[in-house]
Design a protein. Structure first.
Length: 120
């Protein structure tokens, strides 16, 4: 399954992981999320109500293009730069950007994005 982020006349396509967190995320779509830059490496947003992370897989390598949930805070985001090469057990994989990573990385200010299912 794929989702589409639309913001400032830009589009990002993400192939979602087939796990409990990814399915819960998809159930909340379509929705608009507000993103901010974090640490010059990721764009992050918050859920209105947190996802249940009980059955979600833990651990991933923080590489550019990865969509994730940061379990300690319950927020989600996208890495647009690599952040190490070791498995981080606090990250829950949600998906991977297939196209539009450059557009996401180019956003220097906070922005809102509509996220919806991508038509197959």
């Amino acid at each position: 399954m794929k989702i589409k982020l639309t913001f400032n006349d830009q589009t990002v396509i993400v192939k979602m992981e087939d796990n409990s967190a990814g399915r819960q995320f998809i159930e909340r779509l379509p929705a608009v999320f507000h993103f901010t830059d974090f640490a010059g490496e990721e764009k992050i947003s918050r859920f209105e109500t947190p996802l249940s992370l009980n059955d979600a897989p833990r651990g991933m390598i923080a590489k550019a293009g990865k969509m994730f949930i940061y379990a300690p805070w319950g927020n989600f985001g996208f890495f647009y730069k690599d952040h190490g090469d070791t498995m981080d057990p606090s990250l829950i994989p949600l998906g991977e950007i297939e196209s539009g990573l450059d557009a996401l990385a180019a956003q220097t200010d906070s922005f809102s994005a509509k996220i919806e299912l991508q038509a197959e």
